[in-house]
Design a protein around this ligand. Sequence first.
Ligand code: CO
Length: 140
Amino acid sequence: MQIGRLNHIGIATPDVEAAARTWAQLYGAIRAHDAFDMPRQGVRVKFIDLPNSQIELLEPLGEASPLTGFLQRFPAGGQHHVCFEVADILAARDAMVERGARVLGDGEPYIGAHGVPVIFVHPKDTGGVLVELMQQPEEH
Ligand code: CO
């Protein structure tokens, strides 16, 4: 298993719309998509297109959101994860386990915000960085 293209940078924020305005006003990042909810993951998501990647703005959704603890530590928000594409998500999952990394949850890929399977690797295994691995979309 070899890491692929950077797909997006995940940023936690208390308000995805306010954060999108900030990225537009400060950095000219104007190509924002409509926000949508992922109730099972406990997040509201808003993507901003960049020339070579995306920013994924994430806001807590519901009581049990995994972002609640993060925003208690960093109330203004902050960088949450980085996402890289892989050619085969199941092979990537197996490689992570074989190489001694901890895959979050039950270890099974699930459908992420781009509609393709993803896994998350524990930040303690990557020097404090939460890493999302994502099945490479078909169009690449
Ligand atoms: Co992500």
